[in-house]
Design a protein around this ligand. Structure first.
Ligand code: ADP
Length: 474
């Protein structure tokens, strides 16, 4: 429930933000359209007004005298003014596209032509060659005057006037269209956005549900299936699935490990119990007691080593504060371990070594000793009578001067199919041959390698011997 509410709220949030931005953009667009068309409209109307008045200017002339014949012949209008005549050419336009023009007395009264708003125009003083704006009832009027003094008509003015409403009529149709179309588009976009957001969030819901199922049911095998795709959500699901793979593996390994531990400990415990029961059953002679105690001591040794190894594993997992890494002379260390291990007189096996001088690495002395001891102990344990063990430490030119530690023997060898398994915890190829082995030695070596950022590899021939290589990448 919580998850689905959360999902819906994200969907709502996305839609809300998206709608707000969209509304802002449409409002801004509408305002811009309105402003621009109004400015364009005003300029167009004013230009048309000026053009018309200027055209008319040349169509007005004053004559002091004029013959009757001229008066009869001509289509032009002749009006008596003072001692002469004003000729109004027939090209004089009095009304066009809402613009009115006329000749006015200087007191604002119309002499001839068309006056669209006598009350207003009478109040506006004349101004030569200037567009004036006058407002009445919320409507702007544009007025343009030319003095006719230049045409010997002192006291007369040419005036043109137009109201803004004229231009607004054309503009408002564009505005009306935008006012209807834009909100419709915005509503479509918001609904579309809401549906789209829901679709986008569906994979997240899927991820949430799977995570919840895993959390509640502890079923680590569940995976998210978003179908084909490679967007961020598919990548997230992929990463989640990879993480679950690793988690499931380590969980299984952990399960396997604890069951192996209890299984491995059960054997020595059973032996100890059986031995105790047998010895306590009745009175025994001294040899029997000693034999029983020796068996118990052997099992105790075995268990102690196992517990010690397990402790070491968990310490290794905890990190560098328990086994600090320090600069050390690996050559000297390998040599001293070999000197000590060569003292063991096992099956007449000869241990020799060759160490390149002055090889230094960053590592933990105690862990490196443990690693080498384990490898040499195995080489003794699985070596043939009067065989040999070679330990080598060198910088390998072919491997970019990396440090290689090699432990080679001519013992029983390892079958290729066992190559990987021998590094698993508690794995023993043939437990009857391992004697005191716990099956933890090589996995410990591998863990120490991992701790040092080193690699371990094996080359072996059954019946001929084995060679373990540890490559330090430093
Ligand atoms: P164990 O305590 O059994 O020796 P390890 O983890 O050290 O456990 O080794 C795992 C198995 O690998 C051994 O049981 C053995 O069969 C095999 N093995 C390890 N080292 C060698 C070697 N040098 N030669 C042959 N087999 C080996």
């Amino acid at each position: 429930m919580a998850i689905s509410r959360e999902k819906n709220s994200i969907r709502l949030k996305i839609t809300l933000w998206f709608s707000l931005i969209l509304l802002f953009i449409s409002f801004f667009t509408l305002a811009s359209v309105f402003y621009i068309s109004r400015t364009v409209m005003q300029k167009t109307v004013k230009d048309a007004l000026i053009r018309m008045v200027e055209n008319n200017y040349d169509e007005v002339e004053y004559y002091e005298e004029i013959s009757q014949g001229e008066l009869d012949r001509n289509d032009d209008q002749y009006l008596q003014y003072q001692n002469g005549y004003i000729e109004i050419d027939d090209d004089f336009i009095t009304k066009m596209n809402g613009i009115s023009a006329g000749v006015y007395y200087s007191d604002g009264k119309l002499f001839v032509g068309s006056d669209p708003n006598p009350d207003l125009l009478e109040k506006v003083p004349f101004s030569d060659g200037q567009v004036q704006t006058s407002r009445e009832d919320g409507i702007n009027w544009y007025i343009y005057d030319r003095s006719l003094a230049g045409q010997k008509l002192d006291g007369l003015w040419l005036r043109g006037a137009v109201s803004e409403q004229q231009g607004q009529a054309q503009m408002s149709s564009t505005m009306k269209m935008s006012m209807i179309l834009l909100p419709v588009l915005v509503i479509f976009a918001i609904v579309g956005g809401y549906i789209f957001a829901g679709r986008l969030l569906r994979p997240i819901n899927e991820i949430n549900e799977t995570a919840m199922e895993i959390g509640q049911g502890r079923d680590l095998s569940k995976r998210i299936d978003l179908g084909p795709g490679n967007d961020e959500l598919h990548q997230l699901a992929g990463n989640f699935n990879d993480m679950m793979d690793r988690l499931e593996k380590s969980f299984d390994a952990e399960k396997q490990f604890s069951s192996d531990v209890s299984h491995e400990l059960r054997t020595p415990i059973s032996v100890i119990r059986a031995e105790c029961e047998y010895i306590l059953e009745q009175d025994r002679d001294k040899e029997e007691y000693i034999e029983a105690l020796e068996t118990i001591e052997r099992q105790e040794h075995h268990m102690s080593r196992m517990v010690e190894d397990l402790l070491m594993f968990s310490r290794l997992e905890r990190g560098t504060d328990i086994y600090p890494m320090e600069d050390m002379d690996l050559s000297g260390l390998v040599e001293s371990v070999c000197v000590d291990m060569a003292l063991l007189q096992v099956k007449g096996i000869r241990l020799d070594w060759s160490c390149q001088e002055q090889i230094h690495i960053k590592g933990s002395r105690s862990l490196i000793i443990r690693m080498l001891t384990n490898l040499i102990s195995n080489a003794y344990r699985y070596g043939r009578d009067h065989g040999w063990i070679h330990v080598r430490l060198y910088r390998d030119k072919d491997r970019g001067d990396q440090t290689v530690l090699q432990v080679e023997d001519n013992g029983i060898g390892i079958a290729p199919e066992e190559n990987e398994k021998i590094f698993h915890r508690f794995y023993q190829v043939d437990s009857s041959r391992t004697g005191s082995g716990t099956g933890l030695g090589l996995s410990m070596v591998q863990e120490i390698c991992r701790y040092h950022g080193a690699d371990i590899s094996l080359s072996s021939q059954p019946g001929e011997g084995s060679s373990f290589y540890i490559i330090f990448f430093q």
